[in-house]
Design a protein around this ligand. Structure first.
Ligand SMILES: *Cc1c(COP(=O)(O)O)cnc(C)c1O
Length: 456
C-alpha cells in the first residue's frame, strides 16, 4: 500500500462549537488599549461607531470558550473542517526523518483562512442592523473574503485596496467585484486621509495603514456603516482559533503531537488561529511544542520592531495599542507577500512573544519562493506568497532534523493557495525578485516617530 496521500479529515459535526480565547489563560494580562486623545484605557462605547458590540465584547473578553453562533457554523460547513495532511512526498524529497504536517486553509471560497472571521463579523454586523461594511485590503484576500461574507448576510462592502496591489493584482479586484464589493484604490480622493496623502505624494503606492485610515473614516461618518478588520484585533484571532482546535483533534487522529508549530505572521491571525489552542495546552503543561512565527525580512515587525504603544494606521485615527511595531510611519517596500506588509503585529501575538510563549524568525523572499516551489512540486499545491514563509521555516526545520538525525513532528499552517498571485511566481522564475535588508538607521527613524505614552 502506498502512503503518498495521508489526509486527516473530520466530519462536519466536529466543527468546533466554541472558539478558544487564549486571553483566559495568559499568565499576565495584555496591556490596555488607549484612547488616542486622552491616553486613558478606552471604553467599549468608544469603539461602538466602528464595530458591532459582539466583537467589542470579544475584544476584551477573558472567557475561555466563546460560542460560535449556529448560522456561522452553518456557513463554515462549506469548507470546514479543513483537511490536515502529512506531507509525505515533501518529506521524501527533503530526505528528512521529520514528520511534516500541514493544515490547509486554501479550501475556503476565497482560498485563505480569512473567511473564518469574515463570516463571523458579517453575521454580528447583520444582527446589529448594520447595512454596509468598509474595510481595507492589501493583497486582496481579505477584501474578497469580506465580499463573500457580506453577500451571504446581505451587507454592502466597500474595500479600500492598497494602490500598488490594485494595479498589480487585477484579478483580485475582479474577484471582489464579482462577489459584489466596490473596490477603491487607496489613497483615494473619497476621504480626508486619502486626500492628505495624495497632496503630499500624488504617486503614493499606498500602504495598509493608509487604507485603514480611509475605511475607518468612512465608517465613522455613517450610522448604518461599520468597519471590519481582517487581522490584528483580538476578536479576529479568536475567530481563527477554529484552525487550531481542528488541528489538535486531527493530530490526535494521526496519533502524533507536534514538536514544532509554525505559521507566517502579517497581522498574526492565521498564526494565532493555529497556535493558540496548542499554546493553551502548553500553558496547562499538557504538551510542550516550540511555537514559531515567521515574518518577511523586509517587514520584520516581531524580530526587529519595538514592543510599544503605536497607532494602527498612518493618519493616527485608531486607538493606541501595545504591539511589536516598526512605527506607523514605516513604509514597507513593494515585496510580494502583500498580506505581510503591515507596520505592526497583532497585540495578542506581540504579547505572546513578550511572555516568551513563542519565538519569531524572519526569512527573505527568494528563499521563501524557493521553498514554495519545492512544496508545489511535491505536494501539488502552490502556496500563497505569505504562506511560503511558513513552508520555508518548516523545510528548514526538517533539514535541521536531517542534519541532527532527529525525527521531530512539524506542523505548519498553509494559510492559502497562491492562484491569484501567480505574477509573483512569474517574477521569481524570471529572476526579478530581490532580497532587501534595512539599515538600523531607517528603522530608528521610524521608531523616533512612535507616540509618547504616559502609561509606559
Ligand atoms: C492575509 C493573509 C496572511 C497574513 O495575515 P495574518 O493575519 O498574519 O494571518 C497570511 N496568509 C494568507 C494566505 C493571507 O491571505
Amino acid at each position: 500500500m502506498s502512503d503518498d496521500t495521508v489526509k486527516f479529515l473530520l466530519p462536519e459535526d466536529r466543527i468546533p462549537r466554541a472558539w478558544y480565547n487564549i486571553m483566559a489563560d495568559f499568565p499576565e494580562p495584555m496591556a490596555p488599549v488607549l484612547h488616542p486623545g486622552t491616553g486613558r484605557p478606552i471604553e467599549p462605547d468608544d469603539l461602538a461607531p466602528l464595530f458591532p458590540m459582539a466583537c467589542i465584547a470579544q475584544e476584551v473578553s477573558t472567557e475561555r470558550e466563546i460560542e460560535i453562533p449556529e448560522p456561522v457554523r452553518e456557513i463554515y460547513k462549506q469548507w470546514r473542517p479543513s483537511p490536515l495532511f502529512r506531507a509525505r512526498r515533501l518529506e521524501r524529497a527533503l530526505d528528512t526523518p521529520a514528520r511534516i504536517y500541514y493544515k490547509y486553509e486554501g479550501v475556503s471560497p476565497s482560498g485563505s483562512h480569512k473567511p473564518n472571521t469574515a463570516v463571523a463579523q458579517a453575521f454580528y454586523n447583520r444582527e446589529e442592523g448594520v447595512k454596509r461594511l468598509t474595510t481595507e485590503t492589501g493583497a486582496g484576500q481579505w477584501g474578497s473574503s469580506l465580499a463573500f461574507a457580506g453577500q451571504i448576510f446581505g451587507l454592502e462592502v466597500d474595500v479600500y485596496m492598497v494602490k500598488v496591489s490594485y494595479h498589480q493584482k487585477p484579478y483580485r479586484r475582479a474577484l471582489m467585484e464579482a462577489c459584489g464589493a466596490r473596490c477603491v484604490p487607496s489613497p483615494s480622493t473619497e476621504t480626508a486621509a486619502g486626500r492628505a496623502i495624495l497632496e503630499a505624494d500624488p504617486d503614493s503606492n499606498g500602504a495598509l495603514g493608509i487604507a485603514i485610515s480611509e475605511a475607518v473614516e468612512m465608517a465613522a461618518q455613517r450610522d448604518d456603516t461599520k468597519y471590519a478588520l481582517g487581522s490584528v484585533l483580538n476578536h479576529v484571532m479568536i475567530h481563527q482559533s477554529v484552525i487550531g482546535l481542528e488541528a489538535l483533534e486531527q493530530m490526535e487522529m494521526a496519533g502524533d503531537a507536534p514538536d514544532v508549530v509554525i505559521a507566517c505572521a502579517g497581522g498574526g491571525s492565521n498564526f494565532a488561529g493555529l497556535v493558540t489552542p496548542f499554546l493553551g495546552r502548553k500553558i496547562k503543561g499538557e504538551m510542550s511544542p516550540r511555537v514559531v512565527a515567521v515574518e518577511p525580512a523586509a517587514c520584520p515587525t516581531l524580530t526587529r520592531g519595538r514592543f510599544a504603544y503605536d497607532f494602527g494606521d498612518t493618519a493616527h485615527l485608531t486607538p493606541l495599542v501595545k504591539m511589536h511595531t516598526l512605527g506607523a510611519s514605516f513604509m514597507p517596500p513593494g515585496f510580494h507577500a502583500g498580506g505581510l506588509r503591515y507596520h505592526g503585529m497583532g497585540p495578542m501575538v506581540s504579547h505572546m512573544l513578550h511572555l516568551g510563549l513563542i519565538e519569531a524568525v524572519s526569512h527573505h523572499q527568494l528563499g521563501c519562493f524557493e521553498a514554495g516551489v519545492t512544496f508545489a512540486r511535491t505536494e501539488g499545491i502552490v502556496p500563497a506568497p505569505e504562506s511560503t514563509h511558513a513552508v520555508k521555516e518548516a523545510v528548514d526545520e526538517a533539514l535541521r532534523c536531517k542534519a541532527e538525525g532527529t525525527a521531530r513532528a512539524i506542523l505548519f499552517n498553509l494559510s492559502g493557495h497562491g492562484h491569484f498571485d501567480m505574477q509573483a511566481y512569474t517574477d521569481f522564475f524570471d529572476g526579478k525578485l530581490e532580497d532587501r535588508d534595512y539599515d538600523q538607521a531607517i528603522l530608528d527613524r521610524a521608531f523616533d516617530a512612535l507616540p509618547r505614552v504616559a502609561a509606559e
